[in-house]
Design a protein around this ligand. Sequence first.
Ligand SMILES: *Cc1c(COP(=O)(O)O)cnc(C)c1O
Length: 394
Amino acid sequence: MIYADNAATTRMSETAINTMVSLMQETYGNPSSLYFFGQKAKEVLEQAREDIAAAIGASPKEIFFTSGGSEADNQAILSAAELGKKAGKMHIVSTAFEHHAVLHTLEKLKKNGFEITLLDVHENGVILPEEAEAAIREDTCLVTIMYANNEIGTIQPIRRIGEICRKKGVLFHTDAVQAIGHIPVNVVDDNIDMLSASAHKFHGPKGVGFLYAKKGIRLTNLIEGGAQERGKRAGTENVPGIGAMAEALKEAVAGLDKNAADISAKRDKLIKGLKEIPHCALNGDAERRLPGNVNFCFEGIEGESLLLLLDDKGIQASSGSACTSGSLDPSHVLLAIGRVHDVAHGSLRLTISEETTDNDIECIIKSVKEVVEYLRGFSPVWRDLVSGKTPFIL
Ligand SMILES: *Cc1c(COP(=O)(O)O)cnc(C)c1O
């Protein structure tokens, strides 16, 4: 088996698993309880908060634990919207290729009277800071732009955009779910006001994440109840999950430089191998991309059939994002970078990790070549392309 879908989720690290098990067995008190067991759990939470803050250059009071990246995105955007509304500012700037946790939240706000400007992400999947700057108006309350895209892996000029937002006095949120633990992120250097992260994208457990909100930003509650998370997120804390998330993040950050270099080298080898397939194209900039991300379109085939046949060969990959697979619409990200429907349908995302071996890379290249050729063998679309009935796009 070769697992090449690390953008969908990652395998938990041994350290994270051991931390989680030990916390479940031994530190089962409620952190809000005043007796010894409760206080032990509280210590775990506060240590995790410190470790996570340190990993991104924040202070512990700026970290709020959530159920994952989606919740953090929702809370960040809805908080900025609430603040904006009070100040009579109801315009938000974002991009067309955000995660649905961001896009659907923005759609909800639009129904409630907000105006949304979605920036062009261009053919290479990278937005231009000057276009972000030009989109900011007097009534803009928030700019929300993802750190790195989950489908095509492109890394955005976050530091520069943050700088522009600071200058203009507009709140800046980034969905950094794909970036944290994979590339260096520092909320101070990068001029970030709010940031979302999710543990299961950096070898931590599922169902836990965090929101960083710079000191002074008033958050809106999504969940009402007890006074946990300084009154901003009710509900008994997921102590084992949070403790394991902190361990996973420390591990990821400690190994980041080495892993990023190793994984990037494997990524480039994989890209080079797949490029030998006729009529294909890499999606997203070749350089400004996450270490583990490879995303291709192959003309004349269906991404879904490609996935199923790769699965038969023991290779787990994805076409588009896990959240939208099962629907027949092509990926909104590929459409945003200008791929036409037919081409976008023939997409394949392979996201590798430090666990991927050179052997795995060779095997993936060989298998994808075989499967693409096989599928094209009986594709009517491919036949029309080859016969010249319809022109090739790629
Ligand atoms: C996975 C992902 C999310 C959602 O995170 P969950 O913890 O699964 O809710 C949000 N944004 C991006 C970019 C992601 O990759």
